[in-house]
Design a protein around this ligand. Structure first.
Ligand code: PLP
Length: 277
């Protein structure tokens, strides 16, 4: 069951117009929210970011917070209790003709559930690999836009290289992962790119910083380069569906001899507690 414009229907029954600007231009915004055993995690934070993204591209939010919650709960009521991610997509809507500029349209609203399969601590503790690549995305990475062509190319590259993530660099600065935020830890200082137009302000990024604080780490939200990345004691990536994942090999080179650091352990455990609060 999925949600489309006020209706809960089977996915194969969904129809949208070819004149939808999401189809023609990738003119839309999305969000991804995790659900743990029926409990929606950090929904308010995701809805706040959704509002910011919509405001940035001049799409009116079609629902109140209360209505979004009702839609999510009803969608979840059709599925067996478990772990899911909820994908929200709001496009600008259906125009009369294909033209780049727009007038006010009725947004198209689509939500679907996907099973969330978490890796678990034992598997995560083995560490994951990444590669670095030039960040070719546009300069408004703070907007969670459905225009994801660069990200799809990165994901394909990750698959072809059999790595978990592509870590991006722009002007010799590590920005973020293709679908995650990036952290480095050196001498008990946790560093991550500051929130500006070059990265998406990850909800998990915020919670990782909160957990790092609880683990007595010093936090430094400032830019760092590939040399800093490669010489870090620990490298992590974060996202709602991956949570906090240790990266111990980048561009085929081991990070800190491939060891998983003790701070990841602490921060990961604290994050699990936040999920249960
Ligand atoms: N950065 C990018 C480019 C992303 O696509 C994502 C998530 O999909 C993130 C960061 C992490 O965001 P969040 O923690 O809110 O899932």
């Amino acid at each position: 069951m999925v949600y489309l414009n006020g209706n809960f229907i089977a996915k194969n029954q969904c129809r949208i117009s070819v004149m939808d600007r999401g189809f023609l231009f990738g003119d839309g915004i999305y969000e991804v929210v995790s659900v743990y055993q029926g409990k929606i995690f950090s929904l308010n934070e995701h809805l706040q970011r959704l509002q910011k993204s919509l405001d940035s591209v001049k799409i009116a939010n079609p629902h109140t917070q209360k209505q979004w919650l009702e839609i999510c709960n009803k969608l979840l009521s059709y599925a067996p209790k478990g772990d899911y991610s909820i994908y929200f997509q709001i496009t600008r809507g259906v125009g009369a003709e294909r033209k780049h500029d727009f007038e006010t349209l009725t947004p198209t609203v689509y939500l679907q559930l996907s099973k969330l399969v978490l890796k678990g601590k034992k598997l995560l503790s083995q560490g994951f690999s990444a590669i670095t690549q030039e960040d070719i995305r546009w300069h408004r990475c703070d907007i969670k836009s459905t225009s994801l062509l660069a990200n799809t190319l990165y994901a394909q590259n990750a698959k072809e290289n059999q790595v978990e993530e592509v870590i991006l660099q722009r002007n010799n600065i590590i920005t973020e992962g293709a679908t995650s935020n990036v952290f480095i830890l050196k001498n008990n200082i946790l560093q991550t790119h500051p929130t500006d137009n070059n990265i998406l302000a990850g909800i998990t990024r915020d919670l990782t910083l909160k957990s790092a604080d609880a683990c007595s780490l010093e936090i430094n939200e400032s830019t760092f380069n590939r040399d800093d990345l490669m010489s870090a004691d620990e490298v992590w990536i974060s996202s709602s569906t991956r949570e906090i994942m240790p990266i111990n090999k980048i561009d085929s080179q081991a990070i800190n001899n491939g060891k998983i650091g003790k701070y990841w352990n602490c921060v990961y455990d604290h994050y699990q507690q936040l999920k249960n609060d």
